[in-house]
Design a protein. Structure first.
Length: 320
């Protein structure tokens, strides 16, 4: 090898060594509804890889299971953890789930909503009196459904029945007439509507009926990392959040990312372009009013006994 070749090889060594280094592993719990979209955008568009991350998705179809796995150390974080579940565990075990991004939900940014089966004549939530209602899984979703219905004067047992059901059965259960209505999430709500299995009754019900302002947003889920992971690997966490933020920006500016709803969320190619999406926001970009709305949402859950103790939301928000 001549002198120039040897010099070139020596100069290349640091770059080759860096390229050969293994990517940092991150294990994330994913609840496969449309609010998980930033995860798939970051992975499929290569944002995680660009950040030197090898991110593993662990599908878990209930928020309590995700929380349990985070507590046990089996997960480093979650793509779209229900914030009331996060607030509840943080009230008991501080620093368990630290949110760096939140998902705003409203009638404009649709996620949670009530739908009714064909033939059920309801035009308002009050008309759900006598209905057999299914709910998205998890204590937080069940509680939100009860609280919204209570806000219009309906009580479980007296006026309706409520049954927790996994997301995958919602459309079929409505189509079969097993239930009269559903408190469901996207994309299942739109899928049911387009298949003729349901009719949308009201969306954005948390903002309207619990926070009390239709123009508000319910910060009902978000991306979180465990406090242990943040403390042990702050630089890796920062890169993960950076890739996530890039995904959120891409979702807002590139409609083609909705194509990822097809392979990962059982959405047809025909429906994917029209599925409603939540407002994907990084905590660092949230306004004081938005943080205050989040605090009110959690305080209501404390009053209802869903969150077992008062907690300051700022204690588990981290601007990354």
């Amino acid at each position: 090898m001549n002198r120039r070749s040897l010099l070139g090889a020596a100069l290349a060594m640091p770059f080759l060594a860096r390229a050969a280094m293994a990517a940092d592993a991150v294990k994330i719990g994913v609840f496969n509804v449309s609010s998980a979209l930033p995860f798939y955008v970051a992975r499929e568009r290569g944002f995680f890889a660009e950040a030197g991350l090898a991110v593993e998705a662990v599908p878990l179809q209930a928020a309590p299971l995700i929380v349990q796995a985070m507590v046990a150390g089996d997960l480093d974080g979650a793509s779209n953890l229900v914030t009331l579940e996060g607030a509840n565990i943080n009230a008991r075990r501080a620093n368990t789930a630290i949110y760096f991004a939140l998902n705003g939900q409203s009638d404009r940014f649709r996620m949670e909503q009530f739908v009714v089966r064909p033939g059920w004549s309801a035009t308002t939530l009050r008309d759900l009196k006598g209905a057999r209602i299914l709910s998205a899984p998890g204590p937080a979703n069940m509680s939100a459904a009860r609280a919204v219905l209570a806000s219009v004067g309906l009580q479980e047992g007296r006026d309706y029945t409520l049954s927790e059901q996994q997301m995958g059965v919602h459309v079929g259960a409505l189509a079969a007439g097993t239930f009269d209505a559903a408190y469901t999430l996207e994309p299942q709500a739109t899928i049911a509507e387009r298949q003729g299995a349901a009719r949308r009754l009201e969306a954005g019900v948390i903002a309207t009926h619990l926070i009390g302002r239709p123009d508000a947003q319910a910060w009902a889920a978000g991306a979180a990392l465990t406090g242990k992971f943040l403390d042990a690997k702050p630089e890796v966490a920062a890169r993960f959040a950076g890739a996530w933020g890039k995904a959120c920006t891409t979702i807002k500016n590139d409609p083609s990312v909705r194509d990822l709803l097809v392979p990962f969320m059982q959405t047809s190619a025909e429906l994917a372009p029209t599925i409603p999406l939540v407002n994907f926001a990084m905590v660092k970009d949230m306004s004081p009013q938005e943080v205050a709305d989040f605090q009110k949402f959690v305080d209501l859950a404390v009053a209802q006994g869903v969150v077992r103790g008062a907690v300051d939301v700022k204690s588990f928000l981290r601007p990354l």
